[in-house]
Write a protein that binds this ligand. Structure first.
Ligand code: GRF
Length: 214
């Protein structure tokens, strides 16, 4: 091509390539699809991977014509071996950022090292309070007055990596796990796509434990 033929700008579509890991219902995955569809998130979900068979999240991926896989833990000798296969699959789809959206499996250094500072998790509590399972009932039993959700980078420890953003919801007298979870979930579905869009815009910076989001 001669110089005259080179256009003034290259109309190359450049969208953040996401890989989403799931284990169940997939409502956060759906929130990501909805945000993309609604033009609120400039990204594409290249692949969805589940560690559990036939979960609703996989059906949601199929409904959105997104490649989806059940990666069976039983077929691997240990967690590291499993994560090696996971990383291979993510790389095959040229995934740039991995989102753990209700992914109920411990991750190993094999995965974290391959995607250092490029794995994001959403957790239904205001971390560092109430990490681990059943965060909502932990908050209720503790007698907390405020609950919420946290989007954070993933590191070697469970629900521990640098916090990107949080949203809070009140806990009411007589609240139960179902109602509190529903209220938190509304915030999760808003917060996660919001953070992903900021990331896609290159507006998320990380320095040690401190994350800035412009
Ligand atoms: C969400 O509450 C998320 O914060 C937690 O697991 C749940 C997953 O829900 N990590 P869904 O599968 O996205 O509907």
């Amino acid at each position: 091509m001669s110089e005259e033929e080179i256009p003034a700008y290259l109309p190359v579509e450049r969208r953040l390539v996401l890989g989403v890991l799931v284990s169940g219902r997939g409502s956060n995955l759906q929130a990501i699809f909805n945000a993309i569809e609604g033009g609120r998130l400039d990204a594409q979900v290249a692949v969805v991977i589940s560690n559990r068979k036939e979960v609703p999240a996989l059906a949601r991926a199929r409904a959105c014509q997104t490649p989806s896989f059940f990666l069976d833990p039983a077929e691997y000798t240990d967690r590291a071996d499993y994560d090696g296969a996971l990383v291979q699959l993510l790389k095959m789809y040229a995934v740039e950022l991995v989102v753990l959206a209700g992914y109920m499996r411990l991750v190993t250094p094999v995965f974290i090292d391959a995607y250092r500072d490029r794995i994001i998790n959403i957790h239904p509590s205001l971390l560092p309070a109430f990490p681990g399972l059943h965060a909502q009932s932990q908050a209720l039993e503790y007698g907390a007055k405020v609950a919420g959700c946290t989007v954070h980078f993933v590191d070697e420890k469970v629900d521990h990596g640098p916090i990107i953003a949080q949203a809070s919801v009140p806990i009411f007298e007589g609240d139960d796990e179902r109602h509190l979870s529903e209220r938190i979930l509304v915030e999760e579905h808003r917060l996660l796509p919001h953070v992903l869009q900021r990331y896609a815009e290159g507006r998320v910076g990380i320095q040690g434990r401190k994350v800035s989001m412009r």
